[in-house]
Design a protein around this ligand. Structure first.
Ligand SMILES: *[C@@H]1O[C@H](CO)[C@@H](O)[C@H](O)[C@H]1NC(C)=O
Ligand SMILES: *[C@@H]1O[C@H](CO)[C@@H](O)[C@H](O)[C@H]1NC(C)=O
Ligand SMILES: *[C@@H]1O[C@H](CO)[C@@H](O)[C@H](O)[C@H]1NC(C)=O
Length: 484
């Protein structure tokens, strides 16, 4: 090839920074082309405001799953039959209405499980589509055995976006063994209690960005196995905080980036948690974090006692960088803002703590604590210092580090949502990190609204026996707004 041709070819290659994504993410066909193929409006498959939307969703999926868009129009729907949507390809699930868990429907499982599918887009076109899980009805009885809201298993080339998940009886959204995903413009708002995780991911090549989570467990959490996960613009607005873990045996997690993470009133800004176990977590970057009033800041705990001790020397942590952090913890004497406690049989190596300026809201002294943790910065030791293995070293600091003060989000919650009251459905915010616009416009914000190409083929009149004209009335008008 001519040399300028080589150059031109290089220029069009996507730039894939190390530690981030390994290739393209998201659905492989556009929403418009799916829509042009077929629209399966659930109201033509039997969904009514007072009935159970579950069976209608399944029928609509079966009709559209090989190409088309399952459509839940604006309005209120209820759900008491959980659905398993399997074997789809080239399919959208557009939920513009609100689906509420029906009173008394408290069995476990997943309200919506999407599995073994390829080229899938799950979204709202108006930015107001939501699940209302009414978890408080169970949480006030101390029951967290109810359903999760949404789970993706073995789904490749997908997006989940512009959607709101409120008060899940159990976890909100998990991605299990998926590939090439993009998750964005999401709001999760759950009760103030453990077991109500926001977003959990153990998958390959996933970009999660512009997400707000309120709950009292994981905000955005990476579990094993996972590779090439890029997580940015995350707003933990009263939460457990973000984490990697808990990690057990044969851990295989690498090339993870968390960036632009704002955390307020949470358990931690970032935690890596394990106890015993084996395998490794490596090549990880945690960059540009802001925290206010959290219990812990940077917390690596390989003796995390809420989990049982796993067989093995400990998960090996290697090449992990924490850079450009600001803010405060609630009480830096009681709980160290920087705490890196590694397994003595598998010490942490090549750790870097740089420009991490965390101070305390209460008191005038903080302690940082490291154990079996080697690298540069904070209380880390040079790799040669083996004596540091057995004991932990606490460093007292009684002067605030430079430039620890950090801006706040205007919309920080004044309190959490407890566990006994209904939780209101919020709006998708205009920003998820101070001074930063979402990478993609939020649906319904104007910028993202694109009129559909002259209505898709409406399917479903046959299944529900409705008139074609009725089909048009409910499908065509509501369905005209979708995000590109
Ligand atoms: C360490 O991880 C970073 C990503 O955070 C990566 O750029 C670098 O190449 C890794 N170093 C080694 C020696 O693997
Ligand atoms: C730490 O801050 C300095 C000064 O702003 C900057 O030059 C350096 O790149 C920062 N380090 C990292 C790892 O970002
Ligand atoms: C954070 O929570 C508060 C209280 O509900 C809410 O007003 C605010 O909109 C939330 N922030 C964002 C960015 O949504």
């Amino acid at each position: 090839m001519h040399s300028s041709g080589v150059l031109a070819a290089l220029l069009v290659l996507p730039t894939l920074a190390f530690g981030q994504l390994s290739g393209r993410v998201g659905p492989t066909t556009s929403t418009a082309s799916k829509r042009a193929k077929k629209i399966c409006d659930v109201t033509r498959f039997g969904a009514t405001p007072t009935g159970d939307i579950g069976p209608a969703l399944t029928r609509a999926w079966n009709e559209c799953k090989t190409g088309g868009v399952v459509f839940v129009p604006e309005g209120n729907f209820q759900m008491s039959t959980w659905v398993s949507l399997s074997g789809g390809t080239g399919v959208g699930i557009q939920i513009d209405g609100i689906i509420t868990r029906k009173d008394g429907s408290d069995k476990g499982g997943n309200m919506i499980l999407v599995q073994r599918s390829n080229d899938v887009e799950f979204f709202s076109g108006n930015g107001r589509g939501a699940f209302q899980g009414k978890g408080y009805e169970m949480h006030r009885e101390k029951n967290i055995m109810g359903p999760r809201i949404l789970r993706f298993v073995r789904v490749d080339n997908f997006a989940v976006h512009d959607f709101i998940m409120v008060d899940a009886p159990s976890f909100h959204f998990s991605m299990d063994t998926c590939k090439n995903g993009e998750v964005y413009n999401l709001v999760v708002r759950g009760g103030n209690q453990g077991g109500l995780d926001g977003i959990d991911v153990w998958s390959d090549n996933v970009h999660i960005h512009d997400v707000e989570v309120t709950n009292k467990d994981e905000c955005v959490c990476v579990k094993s196995p996972a590779h090439n996960i890029l997580i940015e613009n995350i707003y933990c607005n009263w939460s457990g905080g973000s984490s990697i873990g808990s990690l057990g045996e044969d851990v295989d997690v690498s090339d993870i980036v968390f960036r632009n993470v704002y955390t307020t009133n949470s358990n931690q800004m970032m935690m890596i948690k394990s106890w015993g176990g084996s395998g490794s977590l490596k090549n990880v970057l945690f960059d540009n974090f802001i925290g206010h009033a959290n219990a812990y800041g940077l917390n690596v705990d390989q003796y995390w006692s809420p989990m049982k001790q796993n067989p093995g020397p400990g998960v090996k942590l290697d090449n992990i960088t924490f850079s450009n952090w600001k803010g405060t913890v609630a009480d830096g004497m009681r709980r160290s803002p920087i705490r890196i406690l590694c397994s003595t049989d598998a010490p942490c190596t090549s750790m870097v703590v740089e420009n991490v300026s965390l101070w305390t809201d209460a008191g005038t002294t903080v302690t940082n604590e490291c154990k079996a943790a080697y690298g540069t910065g904070a209380c880390l030791r040079a790799n040669t210092d083996r004596s540091f293995n057995a004991n932990s070293a606490k460093t007292s600091i009684s002067r605030p580090p430079p430039r620890y003060q950090a801006v706040k989000m205007d919309s920080d919650l004044p309190s959490d949502f407890g566990t006994t009251q209904p939780i209101p459905i919020p709006k998708i915010p205009a920003s998820f990190f101070p001074g930063t616009k979402p990478l993609k416009p939020v649906a319904g914000s104007g910028a993202a609204a694109v009129p559909a190409a002259a209505g898709g083929k409406a399917a479903g009149a046959k299944a529900s026996g409705a008139q074609a004209s009725g089909a048009k009335a409910s499908g065509a008008k509501e369905a005209v707004v979708f995000s590109s």
